[in-house]
Design a protein around this ligand. Sequence first.
Ligand SMILES: *Cc1c(COP(=O)(O)O)cnc(C)c1O
Length: 402
Amino acid sequence: MPEILNHQQLTAIANEFGTPVYVYHAERIAQQYSKLQSAFKDCNARFFFACKSLTNVNVLRYMNSLGASLDCVSINEVKLGLMAGFKASDILYTPNCVDFDEILAAKELGVHINIDNISILEQFGNKFGNTYPICIRLNPHIMAGGNFKISTGHVDSKFGISIHQMRHIERVVKTTNLNVEGVHMHTGSEIKDINVFVLGLEVMLETVNHFPNLKYIDLGSGFKVPYQPGDPETEVDLLGQKVEQIFKQFEKDSGKKLEVWFEPGKYLVSQAGYFVVKANVIKQTPATVFAGVNSGFNHLIRPMMYESYHHIENISNPGGAERIYTVVGNICETDTFAWDRKLNEVREGDYLVFYNAGAYGFEMSSNFNSRLKPAEVLVKDGKSKLIRRRDEFEDLLRNQVI
Ligand SMILES: *Cc1c(COP(=O)(O)O)cnc(C)c1O
C-alpha cells in the first residue's frame, strides 16, 4: 500500500500553516527509493536524485539519509547538495549551455562532471588533460517522453553530443588525453516504454570500446508515475531484469564490469507531494462553474505549461454532491488547473488538494503578479515541520534598488 496523507492530516496542516501550501511526505519518498533499489538489486546500480524537481535542503538531507546520490544541473544545486551533506563524490553535475567558468567552479568543488558539448570537451581537455575524470552526455537520438517540451533525446534537442559525432569526440579525447569515466543519456520525462531505456543502453554499450577507463553508464531518468487514476508507472522491476541481463552478457563478452547510474526526479518525489489551496470564489457563468482558488500557475505551472493532469479533491466536503467545475487560479491571464473536473460540491472557503505535486511544483513557482510563493511542509514520523516560510511582502522588494 502506498504511504498517503489523508484528508484529516492535510486539513490539519492547512489550518496550522495556512494555504497555499506544499506538503511532502518523507515515508512516501523512501518507499519509491526502496522500489528502485529492489528493482535494480542485481545490477551494480546507483541512484542520483535529480534535484531540479525539488531542491528544498531538508528534502535533500532526507535523500542523503536514504543513501541516494545527487544529480545537479546548476552550480547552485551543487552547492545546495554539499550544504545538505552530500559528499562531492556523490554528486553528478549535468549542465547544459553554461559558461565554462561554472564548469571550472564545479571542478573546484570536486564533483563528477558531465559534459554535453564538444567545445566544452575541448576546453576541459586542453586545461586538465587526464587529471580530472569526466562523463560525456551523448544524444542517442531516441524520441521519448510524454510531451515535446520534456523530450531531450531527439535530433532537434540541444542536449548531449550526437552519437553520430563519435569520431569527433574520440579525436578530442585522444588529442587532449581526457579520462572518460562515464557515458550518459537522458532522453526525456514520463517514459512509459521501458524499451526506450533498453535501446539507449544498447547504444551506450556500443561506445564503450572508445573509452578504456569507463566506470559507469548513466541512463538518466524519465521514469513515469501515475497522474490520473489508472495511469501506468514505469515498470522498473521489468527494466531492472532487462538491464541486469544486458550487463551480464556485456560482462561475459568484454570482461568489463560497469556500474549503471540513474537520475530519478519525478519518480522519487512526485507522489510524495500535495499542494493544498483554498477556494476563494465560486463563479457561475453561462458555460461553466469556476472554482477560483488562492493560487495560480505562478505556484503550479505544470497544467498550463505541459497540459499535465493533477488529480484534485475537495477535502473539506468529501460527502458533498459531485458537480463539474473548471478549477482556475487568481492570475490575470488564462490560468486553468483543470477543465470539467468532477469534485464534491465546492463551497467558498473549502480546501482543495492537488496530488502529485512533489516534483516541479514549488520548484517552478514564481512571484508573477507580485504574488507570494507558498510555504513548504515536510511530514516525517507523523510530525509536520515547516521547511520554508511563506513569502512575505518584503520578499518582493528584497533585490529592488529604490
Ligand atoms: C530533469 C532531469 C532528470 C530527471 O527527470 P525526471 O523525469 O524528473 O525523472 C534527470 N536527469 C537529467 C539530466 C535531467 O535534466
